[in-house]
Design a protein around this ligand. Structure first.
Ligand SMILES: Nc1nc2c(ncn2[C@@H]2O[C@H](COP(=O)(O)OP(=O)(O)OP(=O)(O)O)[C@@H](O)[C@H]2O)c(=O)[nH]1
Ligand SMILES: [Mg+2]
Length: 462
């Protein structure tokens, strides 16, 4: 797979079903001649220049299949870098299948998932991280996820990685020069300068790796868990946030037994709200399982909304708050105390402020939709705060994150090695390791296994 195949591939690039227009893609050295074999237009496709459109008919011998528009791109100026043709036809599943069958009959083969993008990568049109961003763009659900993927596809991230690699290469060349002259005991590279460089590299790589927390949250939706005792109104709050009756609400304590989740986009950012089973001691087996899951959801959430009811006992509520604070103490989770049912009974927030900042207490009525906007504002300011701590480049791909972590460890070893006066060849080895990990992100270094794993998750036709 790591090698370019000389076959010509074809696939339907638009979603299945009826529609206005469908697109069939063909790419490879025979793309133009194969398509020409079923297309009848004013001019033969072989005579058309690159980036041209031709109107004509697709015919199966005498039978007219459809009237189509053919876009033609000649290598290397196409998405894949090969000769490519795109046939726009009427989106009838019958027509699409007929055209595809004709292409196969004339010598094309069916494309594997992501094969067009893989060819673009193998032809040097995109690096690996850019190719992966193509999949993220297709899946982006919010403005923030879209922006992140777009930046990655346009190469902003690759540029940053390439800069790092260049610096490392320079570093290793200085150090290895010393190795060549080792008997003469000379030092070409100023250790202090090297250490400074190593520190700079480490901090850049560290920041990139750290940005994954935000990147991942933006890609999948920032996880917000709604927790609290049974009957305080968690499901009512979920429904109010989502603007629909997603979860069952009742005055029976223990209504929600499993976790209910849904996402919404607020001001361009996606949040994943998680309604949980109310936490209490119970002998009910199913409810206990739900409660166990609640704790898992707390652990995975970035933001926790602890819901209490103003009608409940204040001391009990404070206890619940303290229990959750204890559980999340060593994490960077944001905890908001949401006081519900204020339509029934007003609450003295002052009772809670010794334990939690006043700005993190919000009084609401989930049932009547009061102050839900205050929660939404808080969520948005959480996002803004997260974003502030990060540079423009945000890592959202777990494969990249893992490689960055490995590169980070390698740069730590370089720093330590320089400080401890470790022999040069060990340091050089660590630098090469960091280079290897960074190179694996952009695909300067890649294996068939990695490529297979990445492209098999694409859709066919991309
Ligand atoms: N007066 C008033 N009642 C509310 C409010 N929010 C929820 N309720 C009522 O409280 C009861 C419990 O609401 P749920 O949303 O089912 O509570 P829950 O926390 O999901 O409960 P469990 O799933 O059992 O843990 C229902 O009868 C709701 O109508 C509110 O703001 N004011
Ligand atoms: Mg519920």
């Amino acid at each position: 797979m790591n090698m370019l195949s000389d076959t010509t591939i074809c696939a339907i690039a638009t979603p299945p079903g009826n529609g206005a227009i469908a697109l069939i893609r063909v790419s490879g050295s025979e793309a133009i001649s194969i398509t020409s074999g079923l297309f009848v237009g004013k001019k033969k496709l072989e005579e058309k220049p690159t980036h041209s459109l031709s109107f004509g008919e697709i015919r199966n011998n005498e039978q007219l299949i459809d009237e189509v528009l053919v876009s033609l791109f000649r290598a290397p100026n196409s998405y894949t870098g090969e000769d490519s043709v795109e046939i726009s036809c009427h989106a009838s599943p019958y027509i699409q299948q007929q055209i595809l069958a004709l292409l196969l009959e004339k010598g094309a083969t069916l494309a594997q998932p992501g094969e067009f993008t893989q060819r673009a990568y193998l032809n040097g049109r995109l690096d690996l991280s850019q190719a992966e961003a193509v999949a993220d763009i297709i899946n982006a659900q919010s403005a923030a996820a879209h922006k992140m993927a777009m930046q990655q596809m346009r190469g902003g991230y690759s540029e940053e990685l390439n800069k790092l690699r260049e610096q490392l290469l320079h570093f290793v060349s200085l150090i290895e020069l010393e190795l060549d002259f080792s008997e003469e005991d000379v030092e070409f590279a100023d250790r202090r300068q090297l250490l400074e460089l190593a520190e700079k590299l480490h901090s850049t790589i560290h920041n990139l790796a750290t940005s994954f927390q935000l990147g991942n949250a933006l890609k999948k939706g920032i996880p917000v868990a709604i927790v609290g005792k049974p009957n305080v109104g968690k499901s009512t709050l979920l429904n109010a946030l989502l603007g629909e009756e997603k979860a069952i609400v009742s005055d029976i304590a223990g209504t929600t037994r499993d976790v209910v989740e849904d996402t919404i986009v607020i001001k361009g950012v996606e949040y994943r709200f998680i309604d949980t089973a109310g936490i209490r001691d119970t002998a009910d087996k199913i409810e206990s399982l739900g409660i166990e899951r609640t704790w898992q959801k707390v652990d995975n959430a970035a933001i926790i909304l602890l819901l209490i009811a103003s009608t409940d006992d204040e001391t009990e509520n404070i206890k619940a708050l303290q229990k959750l604070q204890k559980h999340t103490r060593d994490t960077d989770k944001t905890l908001l105390l949401i006081i519900n049912k204020t339509d029934k009974q007003t609450t003295n927030t002052a009772a809670f402020t010794p334990f939690i900042d006043e700005e993190n207490c919000i009084e609401i009525s989930a049932k009547y939709g009061k102050n839900i906007d205050l929660i939404i504002e808080k969520l948005h300011s959480y996002y803004l705060g997260m974003q502030q701590g990060n540079s423009d480049i945000i890592v959202s791909n777990i494969r990249h994150y893992e490689l960055l972590k490995k590169a980070e460890t390698a740069t730590e070893r370089i720093q330590n090695g320089l400080q401890d006066g470790i022999p040069t060849d060990f340091i050089s080895q660590d630098i090469r390791e960091a280079l290897h990990h960074l190179g694996s992100i952009t695909g300067t270094i890649s294996t068939d296994d990695i490529l297979g794993a990445i492209f098999q998750n694409f859709c066919i036709g991309k």
